[in-house]
Each structure stands twice: as structure tokens, then as C-alpha cells.
Write a protein that binds this ligand. Sequence first.
Ligand SMILES: [Zn+2]
Length: 452
Amino acid sequence: MKLWLPLLLCICVIAAAPVVSEPPAWQAGAASAKITPEKSMWMAGYASRTKPSEGVELDLFAKAFVLTDQAGARFALITLDLIGVPRNLRLAVAERVKKEHGIDPANLAINASHTHSGPELRTSNIHGSAVAVQRGKEAAEYTTKLENTLLRLIGEAIQKSVPAHLDYSTARCGVSMNRRTPDGKGGWSNFPNPNGPVDQTVPVLKASSAEGKDIAIIFGYSCHCTTLGHQKFSGDYAGYAQQEIEKAHPDAVAMFANGCSGDQNPYPRRTMELAQTHGKSLATSVQTALETHMQRLKGPIRAAYREIPLAYDTLPTREQLLEEQKSTNKYLAAHGTRLLQHIADEGPLPTSYPYPVQVLRLGNELTWVTLGGEVVIDYSLRLKRDLKDPIVWISGYTNDVMAYIPSLRIWQEGGYEGGGAMIYGTHPTRWSDKTEEHIISTVMELRKAVND
Ligand SMILES: [Zn+2]
């Protein structure tokens, strides 16, 4: 009997110890809605598609997270299982979020997963064909509905907000690989390059209630959402990762924010099973981060946002465009036609594009930089080096997805991400060689503007 006494004493001492719990430093809420098109639509991401969607493999979602600090300042994040964020959608949502919920446009980030198995969102007659008129009409109807859904989600997230803790950690996931490989002829192929630069970090932010109930699990990764390229709607690996996390954490809204994925692909690819496998791998990494020394974040929300006039390279002349129009490359010929049409309808070609740069600080540790477009991995690696904050998170595909955004290295190397892909859009030519410096110097200025 004597042997039991010390053990019993120990239990008593433990049970009598006061429970130490710090008061939550935030209010947080999240909401989610299905945004899978209700009917067949043209799909986005591959110019070579010849027919509209044929069914659904995995539903698409829009999700919202709203965080409020002790002074009442708010940050709103929207994530979309879609190819991009049309500029007009961002502007309309930002204006209404300000008007209806009092959240400043600088404090709103809208990130797209860049799934290539979602609906086409471009409303312009992008490929100059008769089918494109129908495609544009469908896209306009879809985005109008989406705008209302996003506003409703922000309202819901505010309404659901409760006192919350915010914790951060990271893990790694090996799904992504650099996709620029020298083709042996002085150019670049879209082919797995195990020796090319990557950033396989998986940043994870968790909001939970004072009682420890999950509210939201927000995670990032730098990898193109292109495991799939077929005719069914799907959120691809990012959709499956969110589904897995929500299965394991039924109270949480799982939100994926794509990173600097311009030159990063998932490998291998092309089947639904691989999209599921990559999704599970990423979800496993998120779980690892959740179990690995999460750091509690406290402090105020600060945000700075600027649209910079990102300059194009030397514009093509009318004569050059007339030549382009005669090209045997149908995409190049259509690009020439579009630009000549622009000159006829609207006058001279633009010399720059309004490019969004955002710096958010959630508490005193985390600096979250969001950039528009398909930013290549060099931006993530450089900004993590240049910014001296304890935690740095870089997201691309945010607030507008207008084109690839090469670093100076990739601009000089050329190839698809360096400027070649510009013929598929409405941009007059590639970006200028000042692109990287203009974006990085803006990030640094905005970072200073949100100093303590
Ligand atoms: Zn892309």
C-alpha cells in the first residue's frame, strides 16, 4: 500500500496546479462556399482546349477569413479555387468590402490557387473567335455571381468571429519542382528540372478559439496547380489538400494561398490519383507544421498596398504587329490582331500595367508579402533574404493575376516565363528589365510604411 502513496500525491499536485491560459489576442472567423459552376463552362489555363467542361471531379470553393486585432483593425483574406483574380473583381470586391464592412482595401488580400481545372474568367474576346464571345459572356455572369458570394462570405466570417489565438509554423513538402530545363538549343523547355531553384516551405497559420476549437487553417505552397489538364472541374492538388485538412479538422476552414509558383510544377502529373496524392502530401506537411513548435502571434494588424505602373519593354510598332498577324503561329497571329484592334478602338498601346503589391503584418513577428501575377520562385527566395522580420511569407497570385512575373535572371534567360507567354494575353509585349527591382523596392518601401 505504501508504494501507491507518492503516486497519488503526484496526481494531486498536478490536478491542483492552476491552468495557465493566456487570453486570446484576436477575434477570428471563417466561412466557405461552393463556387463550382452550375452548368458546363469553358475552362481556364490551357489555350489548347477545344471544348467546354464535362462534369465535376472535385468541387471548387471560395473561402474567407477575417482577423480582428485588439484595437479593432481588421484583415480579410479570400482564397479561391480558381485560375486567377480578375482585376475588375478585386476592385469591385475591395470597394464593397470597404463600404459594407469598413475594411480598408489595403487590408484585403484575394489569392487564387491557379487551378487549371476551373472556369475561364476572362470576359474579353481573348482569342478573337466566335466561341470566345460565348466564353466571355459566361465568364461575366460567373464573376458577377462570385462577387456577391465573396461579399457574403466576408460578412459571415465577421459574424462568426470569436476570441481567438493565432499560431504559426512551417514544414516542407517535396511535390514542387522547377520546370525550366535548358532545351539544348539555347532555349528552355517546360520539363522537370531537379537542379533548378525551389522553395518547398509550407507556411501554416492556425486560428483557434479560446477553448482550442479550430477556426481556420491557412497554408501556402509555391507550386503550379497543374497536376490535371482535363475537362472536369477540380481544385487540383490544392483542392485535395484542403479537403484532407478539413477531414482531419472538421471545425476548421482550410484555405490555400498559392506562393511564387511561376516556374514550379507538381511532378509527376496528369491523373486524378496524382492530384490526390500530391494533395495528401501537402496536407501531411500542414499537419507536421501544426505539430511542430507553433509560434503564437500577438500584436496589431498593419497593412500597406500600392498599385505600381509596371513597365513593358519597348512596344511593338504597327508594322511589327502587321507582320505578327501573318505568323503561322496562330496564337502569335491572334495577339497581333488583338493589339491592332486595340490601337484602332482605344488608341496607343499602354506602356505599363497597374500591378498590385501588398505588405501585411499580423502581429509583431509575421510579415506577409502578396504580389500579383505568376511570380517566379526567385522573388520568394530573395524577399526572404532581404526582409529581416522573424517570419516572412510570400504569396503570388494575389489581388490580380495578369501574367507571368519574371525575375531579372529569368527575363535575361527568356523562355515562356521570361516573356514568351505574353502572346497569350492582351499585354502588348514582355515586361521591362526593371521589373524585379521595381517590385522589390516597392515591397521594401511598403515594409517601412508598416513599421512599428
Ligand atoms: Zn500559370
